[in-house]
Design a protein. Structure first.
Length: 211
């Protein structure tokens, strides 16, 4: 069974997906970590200003996700890929069609190696990566709520976080390659006024109904 969980940042996607994977006994794949690790590789090579160079760096990068960690050329980079330099650059790297093609191949191979069994989170999982997923969920919330959640995690000012969220939403939704969208057949869950346990229970309800 493949469960696709999509949605913009700040909806609780990562924590919900981790818990759902644990409860369902399925492997968990965070596709955003692949894009962040690829971006880190690009930044380390100083290639971000040349699209062709970006693609070649990503193509040659050794990317893997195991035991809850993200690895770049054998080095665990789980913490480094969450730092501001990567966060600021990841949307532009992810917008390059060839980069998305390379990373989609990585993601499909990862799930294939696990017997087509996984809970996969991202921004184009149900629409592009696994359009035939058994369960498709789209988590959403108002930008203001998402900004408050992110600010509580990072300690930043809510106004600054909100501006960044709106920028990334526009960038991700308007990009030509695999834009952020509600996949066909997805169940939309607005988490704005829901607690973590409520969201997990609702996702699990749809998974159990499919089983």
């Amino acid at each position: 069974m493949i469960v696709a969980i999509d949605g913009p940042s700040g909806t609780g996607k990562s924590t919900v997906t981790e818990r759902v994977a644990e409860l369902s006994g399925l492997p968990h794949l965070d596709t955003g970590a692949f894009y962040r690790a690829a971006t880190l590789a690009v930044l380390r090579e100083g290639a971000q200003c040349d699209e062709h160079a970006v693609v070649e760096v990503v193509r040659s990068a050794g990317l893997d996700q195991r035991d809850g960690g993200m690895f770049l050329d054998g080095e665990e980079v789980s913490a480094e890929i969450r730092l501001e330099p990567v966060t600021a650059a990841v949307s532009s790297v992810a917008a390059i069609p060839e980069v998305r093609e390379i990373l989609v191949q990585h993601q499909r191979a990862w799930v294939s190696e696990r017997g087509e069994r996984a809970v996969v989170e991202g921004r184009d999982i149900g629409s592009v990566v696994f359009p035939n997923a058994d369960v498709k969920i789209y988590l959403d919330a108002t930008p203001e709520v998402r900004a408050e959640r992110r600010a509580a995690q990072t300690g930043e000012q809510s106004a600054a976080v909100l501006a960044d969220i709106l920028r990334r939403d526009a960038f991700d939704s308007e990009r030509a390659a695999s834009p952020l969208m509600v996949p066909i057949g997805a169940v939309v869950i607005d988490t704005s006024e829901m607690g973590f346990d409520e969201v997990v229970a609702e996702v699990m309800r749809h998974i159990e109904a499919k089983v």
